[in-house]
Ligand binder design. Structure first.
Ligand SMILES: Cc1ncc(COP(=O)(O)O)c(C=O)c1O
Length: 371
C-alpha cells in the first residue's frame, strides 16, 4: 500500500507516447474506411503500404528493399520480432540479447524453442556499451541469432557506427542472424544519429531482418502496425509465420500507416522537440540527486545508483510505497541493469513535474543516509 499519505501514484514507468496520433493520419484511416478498405489485407501487407515502407527505407535509412518480396507488414514491431524468431530459430538454438534489454524479447525466444544468452554491457564514460570481448564471451556454438535494439531500450544509447561495426562483424564472423529492432529511430537527441546496422554492414543483408513500427515515431501504439525488411528467403519464411497467425494489420490501418510514412513529417519533429524538452527537465530535476545516464535516444533515462549498493528493486519499492512514484528497477531488464532505475518521460506535463519532484525527494531520502 502507498504510504505517501493521500497521494495517488505518479507513473514514470510507461513506454507509451502521450501524444494523440496526428490528425492527417487519423483522417487517412477514416477516408480508407469510407472507401470500403475493410476487407482482408494482403497477408504480406497491402501493396501501397509495402511500397511506402520501401521508399521510406531508401529515403531515411539508405537501404533498398524490393516491396514485392522483401517487405512485410506486421501487427506492430512485436509481431515482427516474433515472426523473425519463428523463422530463424529451431529447438535448442540460442539467441543473444544485450543486457540490460527490452524484457519482451525473452518470451518469444522461448516460444520459438530457443534459449536466451545475454551479452553483458558495461557503463563506460557515462554510456552503456557492448564490447567485442563481451560478445565473444556470450557466444556458444549453439548461438544462431542476435537481437539488437538501437536506440536502445531501456538504456537510451544510440549505437555509433563503430559500435555497430563491432557487433555486425561479430555476427558475420560467427555466422549469426541479426534481428534489428529500430522502433525508436526517430527519437534521438543532440548529435546522436540513428544508423541502421545494415547501413554499416550491407554484407549482412542475407542474415538480417530489420524490424520497425509506427508506434513510437507517430504515436500510433494502439494501431498495431509495423513492418519488416530483409532478404527474400528470410521474408518468405516470416511470411509463412504471419500467414498462419496474425495475417497483418487491418487494411484501413495500413492506409493510415502509408500516409504516416509519406505525408508531412513536421508532427515527428514537433514530438521530438517536446521529448527533448522533457529530457532536459529530467536531467535538471535529478541533477545532484544521483548520477544519470543522459539518453541519446528513446524516452527513458537511467538513474545510476550503483555506488549506493542498494538493490534497485528495493529503491523502486521504497519510491513506490513511501513517495508515490513508479519507476522500473534496472534489474527488471537483466542483471546488467542492477543498481539503476529507468525513468520514463514518455508522459510530460504535470505528470512529469509531479513525478520528478517525488523522485528527487525520494532519492534524497533513500540514498542520503547511505552516502
Ligand atoms: C524496443 C522495443 N521494441 C518493440 C516495442 C513494441 O513495439 P510495437 O508497439 O510496435 O509492437 C517496444 C515497446 O515498448 C520497444 O520498447
Amino acid at each position: 500500500m502507498c504510504q505517501a499519505q493521500g497521494k495517488s501514484l505518479v507513473s514514470l514507468m510507461r513506454g507509451e507516447p502521450d501524444f494523440p496520433t496526428p490528425e492527417h493520419i487519423v483522417e487517412a484511416s477514416i477516408r480508407a474506411l469510407r472507401n470500403g478498405r475493410t476487407s482482408y489485407p494482403d497477408n504480406r501487407g497491402e501493396k501501397n503500404f509495402r511500397e511506402a515502407v520501401a521508399r521510406k527505407l531508401e529515403r531515411n535509412n539508405r537501404l533498398r528493399f524490393d516491396p514485392t518480396n522483401e517487405v512485410l507488414a506486421t501487427t506492430g514491431a512485436t509481431m515482427g520480432v516474433y515472426a523473425a524468431l519463428m523463422a530463424m530459430i529451431n529447438e535448442g538454438d540460442e539467441v543473444l540479447t544485450p543486457d540490460p534489454v527490452y524484457d519482451a524479447y525473452h518470451s518469444p525466444i522461448r516460444l520459438a524453442g530457443g534459449r536466451v544468452r545475454t551479452v553483458a554491457s558495461e557503463i563506460r564514460n557515462g554510456r552503456f556499451v557492448i564490447t567485442e570481448e563481451a560478445l565473444e564471451r556470450a557466444w556458444s556454438p549453439a548461438v544462431k541469432a542476435m537481437i539488437l535494439n538501437t536506440p536502445w531500450n531501456p538504456v537510451g544509447m544510440v549505437m555509433t557506427r563503430a559500435e555497430l561495426e563491432t557487433i555486425t562483424s561479430f555476427c558475420e564472423r560467427r555466422n549469426l542472424f541479426l534481428i534489428s529492432d529500430e522502433v525508436y529511430e526517430a527519437i534521438t537527441y543532440g548529435g546522436a544519429v540513428h544508423v541502421s546496422p545494415l547501413e554499416v554492414a550491407p554484407r549482412l543483408r542475407d542474415r538480417c531482418v530489420m524490424v520497425n513500427s509506427l508506434s513510437k515515431t507517430y504515436s500510433m501504439t494502439g494501431w498495431r502496425v509495423g513492418y519488416c525488411a530483409g532478404s527474400v528467403p528470410l521474408i518468405e519464411a516470416m511470411f509463412l509465420v504471419l500467414a498462419q497467425s496474425s495475417r497483418g494489420p487491418a487494411t484501413f490501418v495500413q492506409d493510415a500507416a502509408a500516409e504516416a510514412l509519406e505525408g508531412p513529417q513536421d508532427c515527428v519533429a514537433s514530438m521530438l522537440e517536446e521529448y527533448s524538452r522533457r529530457r532536459a527537465r529530467v536531467l535538471e530535476a535529478l541533477d545532484g540527486a544521483a548520477p544519470v545516464i543522459a539518453p541519446e535516444g528513446g524516452f527513458f533515462t537511467m538513474v545510476d545508483c550503483r555506488q549506493w549498493k542498494i538493490p534497485s528493486n528495493e529503491i523502486r519499492q521504497r519510491l513506490l510505497h513511501e513517495h508515490g512514484v513508479v519507476v522500473v528497477h534496472g534489474s527488471a531488464y537483466g542483471a546488467g541493469g542492477e543498481g539503476t532505475l529507468r525513468v520514463s518521460f514518455a508522459s510530460g506535463g504535470e505528470n512529469l513535474s509531479r513525478g520528478l519532484a517525488r523522485l528527487r525527494e525520494g532519492l534524497g531520502n533513500i540514498l542520503e543516509p547511505a552516502r
